[in-house]
Design a binder for this molecule. Structure first.
Ligand code: FAD
Length: 449
C-alpha cells in the first residue's frame, strides 16, 4: 500500500491511485494489449519529480517502471510506481552545435519538425509517434539505418535519475560505463529525463515507397532480395507484404488489398536517388509510385506506420542473410496466394553504417546481422490473438535457418511474452549485468532478462 499523501507532498505533477479520477488515462499505453494497474501513477513534470518518486520507491521497497508513449509495453504493470514521462516535453535545437536536447516525453515527429527549419535532422525511427528516449535506449533502426547507422550512435549525453535518486549525466567523460549501457541496453539502468543527440545536415531525401499489387508480389520480393546483395551503402530499403483490411480508415487504393511495399531512403540528390532506385522500380509494374524527392521533415512518409493506438501482436528478430530460398518461405506463408491471419511481414535491410559500432563501444545488439524481420498481427473477430500467435510461430519456425542468435531489443517480440536476453551477445549481457548491478543494486527498476 503506497502512502499517496506522503508522495504527493514531494511531487509537482499528478500522483494517482487506481481509484482516482484520471488514473486510466494517465497510465494508458499505445499498445492496447496491456492495461496497466500500478499501485501509483506519477506524472512527472521535472527531473526533480522523477528523483523524488525514485527515492520514495527505494525507501518503500517499491518497483519503478517508466512509460512515455507505451509503444514498447510488453507486459501489464500491476504493482509499484509507474512514472509517466509525457510531461517532460522540453525540446531545443542548437543549430550552431547541431545538437538537440530532447525531454523524455518527446516523440520523434516533434524532433524532426523542430530540426527541419535549420536544414537539420535527427536519425529517427520509422514512426513519428514513438518516444525518442525509449527508442534510443534500444539503439534504434530507422529509415536511414544504412547511411547513418543506429540512432543511439548520435547520442552525446543522457541525464539520468539513478536508483539512488541522484540525477547524473552519462556521456563520454562522466559515468562512461552507464553511457555505454544506455546506448542499446534498454532497461534496469535508471530513468532518463533528457537526452542530447547530434543532428545531421539533411534538407531533402530521395525517399518513399513503391507499392506492387498482388500479382507482382512474387517478382518484386525476389528482385528486392537480389537488389540488397549489391545495394549502395547509403541506400536503406525494406520490404513489407501488407494485408490491408477493407475498412474506411485504409486509403482507398489499398483497402482490402494484399500488396508489397518497398520502402526506399537515400540522403542525396534526386538524380542519384532515381538512378539507385531504377532496378526496384523496373522490377515489375508498380501499382502506386510514392517515391521521389521528400523533405526530410516528411521522413515518416517512408514507412507510413500507424499512429493510432493498436492491439498488435508482434514478433521481431534479425536475420543473417536473405536469399531466394528465404523469399520462397515468406511467399509460401504470406504471399498473395496465402491466407495468414497476420497483417504484415516486413524485412529491413541493415548492414553498412549500422554494422559499425561507435569508437568507444555501445550496448547495441545485433550489429552483425544484415536484416531485421517483423511479423505483425492485429487480433480481430476473424483472427483472434491465439490464432495469430500460432501462425506467427509457424512462420518463425520456417525462418529459423536464417534467424540470427542476437537480435535488437527494440524489435523484441511480445509473442507470447517478451524475452530480452537474446538482444545481446553473452559478453554484452555480462557487461550490462555488471552496470545494472552498480547503478541499481537492489533492482528498483525491474527488467525482464
Ligand atoms: C508502430 C511502431 C513502430 C516502431 N518503429 C521502430 C523503428 O523504426 N525502429 C526501432 O528501432 N524501433 C521501432 N519500434 C520499437 C520502439 O522503438 C520501442 O517499442 C520503444 O521502446 C518505444 O519507446 P516509447 O518510449 O515510445 O515506448 P514506452 O512503451 O513508453 O517505453 C518502452 C520502454 O522504454 C523504456 N523507457 C521509456 N522511456 C524511458 C525513460 N525516460 N527512462 C528509462 N527508460 C525508459 C522503458 O523500459 C519502457 O518500458 C516501433 C514500435 C512501434 C509500436
Amino acid at each position: 500500500m503506497v502512502e499517496l499523501e506522503a508522495l504527493r507532498t514531494r511531487i509537482t505533477g499528478p500522483v494517482l491511485g487506481p481509484l482516482d479520477p484520471g488514473f486510466e488515462e494517465e497510465v494508458a499505453a499505445w499498445s492496447l494489449n496491456y492495461t496497466h494497474t500500478p499501485d501509483t501513477a506519477v506524472g512527472a513534470t521535472s527531473s526533480r519529480d522523477v528523483a523524488e518518486a525514485v527515492a520514495f520507491a527505494r525507501d518503500n521497497d517499491l518497483p519503478v517502471r517508466i512509460q512515455s508513449t507505451g509503444h514498447g509495453s510488453h507486459e501489464a504493470v500491476t504493482d509499484g510506481i509507474l512514472i509517466l514521462t509525457r510531461r517532460l516535453d522540453q525540446l531545443s535545437i542548437d543549430p550552431a552545435t547541431c545538437l538537440a536536447t530532447i525531454g523524455a516525453g518527446v516523440q520523434w515527429g516533434a524532433v524532426v519538425a523542430a530540426a527541419a527549419p535549420y536544414g537539420l535532422a535527427p536519425i529517427p525511427g520509422s514512426s513519428p509517434t514513438v518516444g525518442a528516449v525509449g527508442y534510443l535506449l534500444g539503439g534504434g533502426v530507422g529509415p536511414l539505418a544504412r547511411s547513418h547507422g543506429f540512432s543511439s550512435d548520435y547520442v552525446r549525453d543522457f541525464e539520468v535519475v539513478t536508483a539512488a535518486g541522484e540525477t547524473v549525466h552519462a556521456n563520454e567523460s562522466e559515468h562512461p560505463d552507464l553511457f555505454w549501457a544506455l546506448r542499446g541496453g534498454k532497461g534496469g539502468l535508471g530513468v532518463v529525463t533528457q537526452v542530447t543527440v547530434r543532428l545531421v545536415e539533411l534538407a531533402d531525401l530521395y525517399g518513399g515507397s513503391l507499392v506492387f499489387d498482388a500479382p507482382n508480389i512474387d517478382t518484386a520480393l525476389r528482385a528486392w532480395v537480389d537488389y540488397t546483395a549489391t545495394a549502395d551503402p547509403d541506400v536503406t530499403t525494406s520490404v513489407a507484404i501488407v494485408r490491408a483490411p477493407d475498412l474506411p480508415f485504409v486509403p482507398e487504393p489499398l483497402r482490402g488489398r494484399t500488396v508489397l511495399s518497398i520502402r526506399f531512403a537515400y540522403p542525396g540528390s534526386a538524380a542519384d536517388g532515381e538512378r539507385l532506385a531504377a532496378a526496384l522500380r523496373g522490377a515489375a509494374p508498380v501499382y502506386l509510385d510514392m517515391l521521389g524527392e521528400l523533405p526530410a521533415a516528411n521522413i515518416a512518409d517512408i514507412h507510413n506506420d500507424p499512429t493510432a493506438p493498436s492491439a498488435s501482436i508482434a514478433h521481431g528478430g534479425m536475420i543473417e542473410r536473405v536469399d531466394q530460398e528465404l523469399a520462397t518461405v515468406i511467399l509460401d506463408h504470406a504471399g498473395a496466394a496465402a491466407t495468414p491471419p497476420y497483417a504484415v511481414v516486413e524485412v529491413r535491410h541493415l548492414g553498412s553504417r549500422a554494422s559499425t559500432d561507435v569508437p568507444e563501444g555501445s550496448a547495441v545488439g545485433g550489429r552483425t546481422s544484415e536484416f531485421t524481420v517483423n511479423i505483425l498481427g492485429i487480433p480481430n473477430p476473424g483472427a483472434p490473438a491465439r490464432v495469430i500467435s500460432e501462425a506467427v510461430g509457424v512462420l518463425v519456425g520456417a525462418l529459423t535457418p536464417w534467424l540470427a542468435h542476437v537480435t535488437t531489443v527494440n524489435f523484441v517480440s511480445n509473442v507470447p511474452t517478451a524475452v530480452h536476453a537474446p538482444s545481446w551477445s553473452p559478453e554484452q549481457r555480462e557487461r550490462l549485468a555488471a552496470v545494472r548491478g552498480r547503478y541499481d543494486p537492489e533492482g528498483v527498476f525491474p527488467f525482464s532478462r
